[in-house]
Design a protein around this ligand. Structure first.
Ligand code: SF4
Ligand code: SF4
Length: 362
């Protein structure tokens, strides 16, 4: 008994898994947890939340550049210390939300956020919320484009749509730097596309990783072979769908190609259950040049979708709901995007291209 107690005392506190979020909430939020009466929009970027007992909390939302230096984060924290009793939160789309109890602090806080940080205020309601990009070159070994750069160029373009609420409903945009798309669903998503199977460098193939690489392919297109007496891998080209998952496991299977990689735009994804259920994105246009540093062709296509959506949607319709109502045929007519056979998947070849791996994921 004594021994167990001694051992327990020596153990460090558990620090794995998600921490209990309630410990980090603003005191007013903890006090009124589950007891909020209503909220109202004061103006774009400012939401007033009122509790049943009359407590008020103002949320001031600012767009962050997502990838930030420690210095910038320190400045954000200083502002939160000055006006928010040290409390702020980041939304899933990397907006910074400052939580203010005293209405008089709102304008000075906004002045500090816009002058010290240079962040815009907005992103609430029927605006284009902060555009997401995947981690890209910061953390990942797969990127075929600079998602952060494409988002920066788009955000410069759509700045006014963040600070105003001029759409029928909220618009979420994301950019992914490979076909795996760890960025998730969005109303408009820009994804990189590869156009050929990986090129295998047999000389550098690391034997210890071969089973892992073989297992990762979702369509079982990778198989072991022997090259000049050495174990290696080959790709069955008819099966390969150019997803690039194998490249993540093995740098000797290079799929990125600056000459052939292009960008595609997908529309109509959403995760929310409001009005209609969650929906997957569908292909709108593809083959756009991967054209840094400003990706003008991508910007043109996104603006075209936003313009036609703004003109044609009924109030509260998300992009996917608008398209479902008018029909995909009409969507291609109003946007002018070319409709091709690649927009249709009839699952006709599903037996040979879909889930044929031993690691079936249904
Ligand atoms: S989208 Fe692909 S390349 Fe970009 S961070 Fe996610 S997994 Fe990596
Ligand atoms: S993991 Fe993807 S890119 Fe690699 S061989 Fe399989 S289908 Fe092709």
């Amino acid at each position: 008994m004594t021994t167990t107690t001694t051992v327990k005392k020596k153990l460090a506190p558990r620090d794995n898994g998600a921490p209990d979020f309630k410990k980090f909430l603003h005191p007013i939020m903890i006090k009124n947890y589950g007891k909020w009466k209503y909220h109202e929009k004061v103006k774009p970027g400012i939401i007033k939340r009122v509790a049943e007992n009359g407590d008020v909390l103002y949320v001031i939302r600012a767009g962050s550049p997502r990838t930030m230096s420690v210095d910038t984060v320190r400045k954000i924290c200083d502002i939160a210390d000055k006006y928010c009793q040290g409390h702020l939160k980041f939304t899933s789309r990397c907006n910074v939300e400052f939580l203010v109890t005293n209405e008089k602090d709102i304008e000075p806080l906004i002045k500090d956020v816009t002058t010290i940080l240079g962040f815009p205020i907005g992103g609430t309601g029927h605006s284009v919320s902060n555009i997401l990009h995947t981690q890209g070159w910061l953390h990942c070994n797969l990127p075929g484009t600079d998602a952060a750069g494409a988002v920066k160029a788009l955000m410069d373009d759509l700045y006014e749509e963040f600070t105003n609420e001029r759409f029928p409903q909220r618009v979420k945009i994301s950019t992914s730097c490979c076909s795996i798309n760890c960025g998730g669903q969005a109303d408009i998503a820009i994804n990189l596309q590869h156009h050929h199977p990986p090129t295998i460098n047999h000389k550098n193939m690391q034997i210890c990783e071969l089973p892992k690489v073989t297992a990762i392919c979702p369509v079982a297109a990778i198989r072991p072979i022997n090259v000049e007496g050495k174990s290696s891998l080959e790709v069955v080209e008819e099966k390969c769908m150019y997803c690039g998952a194998c490249h993540g496991q093995c740098p000797s299977m290079e799929i990125r190609d600056p000459k052939t990689d292009t960008l595609s735009i997908w529309v109509g994804g959403k995760s929310a259950n409001t009005r209609s259920g969650p929906s997957f994105m569908k292909l709108a246009t593809y083959g756009l040049p991967n054209n840094p540093p400003r990706w003008p062709e991508v910007g043109d296509a996104v603006r075209k979708i936003l313009k036609t959506y703004k003109e044609g949607a009924k109030e509260y319709e998300r992009i996917g709901e608008w398209i479902e109502r008018i029909g995909w045929k009409r969507f291609f007519e109003v946007t002018g995007f070319k409709f091709t056979k690649y927009h249709i998947d009839t699952y006709r070849f599903a037996r040979t291209t879909f889930n044929t791996s031993a690691q079936v994921r249904l």
